[in-house]
Design a protein around this ligand. Sequence first.
Ligand code: ADP
Ligand code: MG
Ligand code: MG
Length: 254
Amino acid sequence: MATLDIRDLHVSVDTENGPREILKGVDLTVKQGETHAIMGPNGSGKSTLAYSIAGHPKYTITGGTVTLDGEDLLEMSVDERARAGLFLAMQYPVEVPGVTVSNFLRTAATAIRGEAPKLRTWVKEVKEAMAKLNMDPAFAERNVNEGFSGGEKKRHEILQLELLKPQFAVLDETDSGLDVDALRIVSEGVNRVREGGETGTLLITHYTRILRYIKPDFVHVFSDGKIVESGGPELADKLEEEGYAAYVKGGGTA
Ligand code: ADP
Ligand code: MG
Ligand code: MG
């Protein structure tokens, strides 16, 4: 089983006033098949962690390592990261004019599987995956992210996840902006992928709401650029009751 290993990761972001350190030594090991929730107050650096793993150019790694099965992830291009088995929900946030969802997914699957899926079986695969996510079949012929609502973007993410079955998935605020029904459908998709046992998931969220539907194996509290506490699912229950105040410097509410 593959392992995603983050060791003493330090990351700075380029701001108008120069570089600013956001991640201050993150340590985390995720094994294929495990689900880890990363929770923390706004501004604690959760998205920065996701972007750093994704290879976003705005974020500079100033120290530490990230390896996937022993391979240095930080040396890889974004495409290489995807081929190495990493799925990043924020990887394609932009509109892709003239590229339909169906073609986009087939290109992504080709890159990951090393050969193009046969068109007929592929169309069937996509149809089935979309049906499970309660998606209108016409969605497959829309251009990627063009005029997608928040909920459609999230479903498109989970559709990718289900079809690409990556070794590791980083889902940043997948629950934001979803109504209860959409949250349930999206969560069921994540759970189906999880039950396959092949995917390690990093579920990044501010709210405990999604954890009623997706039970993590491990919960980590993020504060001021690092993990300050780790535990099992019971830690999420504690956070739901007590919030993040105990973890924020000066005991402020976040
Ligand atoms: P979270 O996802 O936990 O809410 P972020 O990772 O988005 O936190 O942000 C952490 C901190 O880094 C915040 O103070 C934010 O303002 C700052 N930050 C993140 N990205 C940038 C950026 N591109 N430019 C300037 N500041 C940034
Ligand atoms: Mg963040
Ligand atoms: Mg964020």
